[in-house]
Design a protein around this ligand. Structure first.
Ligand SMILES: [Zn+2]
Length: 111
């Protein structure tokens, strides 16, 4: 039988982690991966990139089913994607904190 979940029994620190997770989960986009900024030439001979003024492109790189995959992030999406990557990492960090606390409870047999 599972122990009932009683929020009031949690430490203030754990309640904080959990509130932040709930806040993020209800109001943010999440995207796992890392952003890679690249300078590229498009190959058109008359383009400014032919004189060394390269195009700045951003790719999201993610491991998926054991392989790396990447996707170009168009300019209008960059801000949203940067934030989603940041928020994914933040929620991961917070979940890890909460997991660690549960590990300790299990280890000490203190539900
Ligand atoms: Zn170009």
């Amino acid at each position: 039988m599972a122990e009932p979940f009683i929020r009031a029994k949690l430490s203030a620190a754990e309640r904080n982690f959990r509130s932040r997770i709930a806040q993020l989960a209800s109001g943010q986009w999440f995207l796992r991966g890392t952003l890679s900024e690249r300078s590229t030439k498009c190959g058109k001979p008359n383009c400014h990139c032919a004189n060394g003024e390269l195009h700045q492109s951003v790719y999201l790189v993610q491991s998926h089913a054991g392989k790396l995959r990447q996707i170009c992030v168009p300019k209008p999406w960059r801000q949203r994607v940067r934030q989603a990557v940041k928020d994914y990492q933040e929620v991961q960090r917070l979940i890890e904190k909460v997991s660690e606390l549960e590990w300790k409870r299990l280890q000490e047999r203190k539900p």
